[in-house]
Every structure is written in structure tokens, then in C-alpha cells.
Design a protein. Sequence first.
Length: 376
Amino acid sequence: DCSFGRNSTKMSLLAKIAEIENEMARTQKNKATAHHLGLLKARLAKLRRELITPKGGGGGGTGEGFDVAKTGDARVGFVGFPSVGKSTLLSNLAGVYSEVAAYEFTTLTTVPGVIRYKGAKIQLLDLPGIIEGAKDGKGRGRQVIAVARTCNLILIVLDVLKPLGHKKLIEHELEGFGIRLNKQPPNIGFKKKDKGGINFTATCAQSELDGDTVKSILAEYKIHNADVTLRSDCTADDLIDVVEGNRVYIPCIYVLNKIDQISIEELDIIYKVPHCVPISAHHRWNFDDLLEKIWDYLHLVRIYTKPKGQLPDYTAPVVLPDGWTSVEDFCLKIHKNLIKEFKYALVWGSSVKHNPQKVGKDHVLEDEDVIQLVKK
Ligand SMILES: Nc1nc2c(ncn2[C@@H]2O[C@H](COP(=O)(O)OP(=O)(O)OP(=O)(O)O)[C@@H](O)[C@H]2O)c(=O)[nH]1
Ligand SMILES: [Mg+2]
């Protein structure tokens, strides 16, 4: 980014972003302004995308040292401001050394660790501290957030002594980079066409969007022909997310660290934050709760294999991610050619009515099912 040309485009993009953000802050949110706000939001989303994927710059990789190999059954990333205790957490949870210090920006690259929990191998990534404005290219934030996008779960680590406003700031940074936390993809049908104009339908009452607003948001993207179906009460942001594509939906846990420094009364208040686990990384307090919550939020599915005539092996499950748990997915996880030899499978457990039940490759398995493969 050192060439003058690049920097000046970046500055002008940042200036435009600030201008729109200011205008949005000044605009009262109501029915009369919804249309205008929708337009501003679409403009903002477009500028942000330009900022993170510079023209001709190849989209910008994660940068040296940031990209560590994905190993294990799931990847969990620690994101937070400097000195909140991310490295202490990695060291004490995974037994991996990551430099800990009282000064800020101790960790300068990704430090991986791995834990085994309920038979699953979970990769933990200690990431460098990020600062406000990270998504707009400040500090190492962009690389950090790019790695966060590859995680199956994000732990936002917060210092309980710092204001809860820090939580908002970090969420804002991640959101600006296309990460959606603890959220389902919007229930919007969207299909571009060659002609016929904008065909707008809503299957339920809409508090923010109407046909005109949808039309002008799409016009911002030079889309004049499309089918749009809103199947839940959607916001302009939801529609923009669908049009932009490239959004990732990741579960998130707020880890409130350093509870050794607060009172029991303060702890009671903190427990009310949704999706949170209070801990002390330094004293290893409440790690059991944290691990259990990590497990819950990852939604992993354990499948035990039973070789013919033997008992199932309950110590080494095959672990599948939620949504990828068909018998075919199971076979693929073991070996890429296994499915070619597959005839049928016998399954015991909650996914079947009879124990065992003969199933084909499309059968969807559930957590703790037992499977026996029968080859051709
Ligand atoms: N009191 C208290 N201090 C802690 C706790 N966990 C970490 N610390 C201290 O907080 C400081 C920062 O810890 P680190 O683990 O280096 O923080 P970090 O988030 O990795 O910081 P960066 O790498 O700079 O982003 C160190 O002095 C730690 O000893 C805790 O549970 N309680
Ligand atoms: Mg660190």
C-alpha cells in the first residue's frame, strides 16, 4: 500500500465512507427515511467492498505468517483488542506457548494450538490484537479478520474491566468485513434475470422494506431485472448482504476475561450478556463452562464406526460439521474413494426408526449415531 496512487484511493474511499456514515448518523430512522437510509447502506457496502478488495490488487491475501494450515475437525479463532488475554487463554487451554506480556500488540502473527474434546480435535488460533478501524485497513486488522472469516467459531475475548462498548466496536469491525455473528442467512429469495423488471414479493409484513426501496437499492447495484422474495421481516442490510453475497455466518461466544479483578456483584451483571462466558484465563477459572459452550456452538456431530462383528469404537468418533452429515459426507471424511465401494450402511441411533436400519448414501446422520458400512 505504499505507492502514492494506492494510498490516495484508499484515503478518498475512507473519506467517502466517513461522509456516508455521518449522514446516516444524522438521519432519523423512520418510515419516511427508510428508503434513503437503504440507499446509503448500499453505497456504504459497495465502498467497503472496494476498500477490502483493491482493484487490480488480486483481492489481498491474508499476508505472510497469517495463514496457518487448517487441521482437526473445527477451527476456533480468538479475536479482541490488545492485552485482553488471548495468548494467556491459548497457553492455559491448549498448553501451547504464545508470548504473554503486559504491553499491547505482543502477538504479531497467528499462533495455533489444538485441544481434544469429546473425541474431536479442535484447532485454536490466537490472533494479534485488533484496533478500531481494522476493517478499513488499520494495523494488522485486515489480516486478522481475514483469518477470522475462515473459523467455524469466533471467540471475542473482552477484558471485564474495559467498557462493554468494546464489544460493539469489535462486532462492527467484523461486520464491516462481511462476517455475521450468531445470525442465520436472511430468508430472501434473489434471482437476477435478463428482463422483466424487478418482481417483488413479500410473504409476510415488512417493517422496513417496500417495493420502491428494494428497487432503488438494487438500482444502486445496476440491477434492474430480478425476482426478490422476502420470506421474513427483512432489513435493508439483509437485502444488501444477499446482493453482495460473500458473507460468512459464524457463531460467536463472548469470553469475558479477568473476572479475578471484579466483585461477585459485578459478575452477576456480566452473566446477563447473551452468548457470554466469564473466565479468568490466568487462573484457569470456568474453563469447563467455556469448553462446553465451545462444543455447543460448534454443533459438531460424532459418528462412531462399528466394524462387522465388533463393538463400536467409542473413543475415536468421525467428527462432521453441522449440515454435512449424510452417509456420503461420512464416507468422504474417511477417504475420498470410499463412496465408490459403498453398497449400503447399517445405522443405530437417533437418526433412524429401527436399530439397526439399512440406509443409503443420502441418509442424514445425527450426533452419536453408530454406523457400519457394507461394501459392494
Ligand atoms: N488479572 C488477570 N490478568 C490476566 C488474565 N489473563 C491475562 N492477564 C494479563 O493480561 C496481560 C495481557 O495478556 P496477553 O495474554 O498477552 O494478552 P493478548 O490479548 O494476547 O494481547 P496481544 O497479543 O497484545 O493482543 C498479561 O499481563 C496477562 O498476564 C486474567 O485472567 N486475570
Ligand atoms: Mg497475544
